[in-house]
Ligand binder design. Structure first.
Ligand code: NAD
Length: 393
């Protein structure tokens, strides 16, 4: 049965945001996702901006009570904890270098957390937060927003059923051209921090872009583990060094398959550079973000087929996240709504101690966030050692 907004839990979760303010790139994606089903989340507080006055004004314009638009996250966590109707879950949509401390503070304030990618800078930080979340019995979800495109679940089902045969080649790409030109001082604030290692972490495009596509490939092929990889990265705009604006990664999987990832912000003129192609011994499947409602299914020796979202021939799990009905295009906002609904279901299940629901729910959890950090760490280690093969540790 398709999604229709009916409630999946007794009442919506009391939700707040840190970051995602007026000028942010990603804030509205969170709100459009979380608030799509008004039975899942209710936005009641926020510390939306590093500029506290602008953040408060923004919150008021979103319709929040003035007293719940806070100057900073520390005050928000402290004040909300005093209320009987205080927040239960917070989304963190701030630049990368702040995720760890805000996430830790949120868990220590007994909140569930939904955090942006790349989750943290190091696996060590990831393990610390995972242990804290376990101790506090809280969910940490990661907003790999594209992964809510449910045609990816169709690809997962086809891989699992063996429609492709043995997987031989994994061809991944997430590229755009918006940084092809060096804008220097004229670059937006959102762009400037992305090439500052103190705020962005050890990578630019590997973390900013390819973590999404890597997670999506794992969603489609959970059994495929990388054995070793080689990463070659460049800063075509020299001032971005040591952070890369372009990278190629070669992968060897444990089962003998091979893979590539091209991630780039200097793919000049590219408006359509996010795709996943899986090649098996019998057939291939391919998905493009620019046309997320369809996948192509190419069986060797047969005419190419296009599988279309919402059609009854698709897998049950894929159609369970269907919202609008076939013929009506879905897209990124629907994908975000799907993952936010799953975060809500996970949080509700955690609150009720329903381990069975948690075991069966497919969503980007803390382990998906940790795997993204691990991907970046291994790519950077390979590149820094002269673009050599390294074991995926
Ligand atoms: P941005 O620079 O455009 O916006 C950051 C926002 O956070 C601003 O509103 C800023 O005022 C606020 N902020 C910064 N520090 C803060 C603090 N300490 N307290 C409260 N607010 C604070 O950045 P962005 O492009 O929106 O990226 C934010 C995060 O989201 C990054 O981790 C980025 O990697 C991620 N991101 C994810 C996606 C996705 O598809 N999931 C897309 C874009 C960005």
């Amino acid at each position: 049965m398709m999604l229709n907004g009916e409630k999946k839990m007794q009442r919506p979760l009391r939700w707040a945001m840190v970051g995602g303010g007026r000028l942010s790139q990603v804030g509205y994606k969170h709100r459009t996702g979380a608030l799509r089903d008004n039975t899942a989340f209710q936005l009641i507080a926020g510390a939306f901006d590093i500029d506290s006055e602008r953040g408060k004004d923004f919150g008021i314009n979103l319709g929040l009570d003035e007293e719940r638009c806070y100057a900073n996250y520390q005050t928000m966590f402290a004040e909300e904890a005093k209320r009987g109707d205080g927040i239960e879950v917070v989304s963190i949509a701030t630049p990368n270098g702040t995720h760890f401390e805000i996430c830790k503070a949120a868990l220590n304030a007994d909140l569930h957390v939904i955090c942006e990618k790349p989750l943290f800078f190091t696996s060590e930080e990831g393990r610390e937060i995972k242990a804290l979340a376990e101790k506090k019995e809280k969910i940490v979800g990661v907003t790999y927003g594209f992964s809510g495109n449910h045609m990816l679940l169709q690809m997962r089902a086809m891989v699992e059923k063996g429609d492709l045969g043995d997987i031989r080649v994994v061809d991944l790409q997430y590229t755009h051209g918006f940084c092809a030109i060096d804008e220097g001082e004229k670059a937006s604030d959102s762009q400037k921090w992305r090439v500052d290692p103190a705020i962005a972490g050890p990578s630019f495009v590997l973390g900013d872009l390819s973590t999404h596509t890597y997670y999506m490939s794992q969603l489609i092929m959970p059994h495929m583990k990388i054995k070793e990889l080689l990463c070659d990265r460049q800063s075509f705009v020299g001032s971005r060094a040591p952070l890369e604006d372009n990278a190629h990664v070669l992968m060897h999987y444990e089962n003998g398959a091979v893979g590539t990832m091209w991630t780039s912000s200097i793919n000049s003129g590219c408006m359509d550079g996010h795709r996943i192609r899986i090649v098996g011994s019998k057939a291939s499947i391919e998905w493009w973000d620019s046309n997320p409602d369809e996948i192509t299914y190419e069986v060797q020796g047969k005419p190419i087929q296009t599988l279309v979202r919402g059609m009854p021939y698709l897998d049950e799990q894929c159609n369970a996240d269907e919202r609008l009905g076939v013929l009506h295009l879905e897209g990124l906002s629907d994908a975000w709504a799907n993952i936010y609904l799953k975060f809500a279901i996970a949080i509700d299940a955690k609150n009720r101690g329903n381990e069975e629901t948690l075991q069966n729910l497919i969503y980007p959890d803390i382990d998906a966030g940790l795997e993204g950090i691990r991907w970046i760490e291994n790519c950077v280690r390979s590149a820094e050692n002269g673009s050599v093969w390294v074991d995926f540790v």
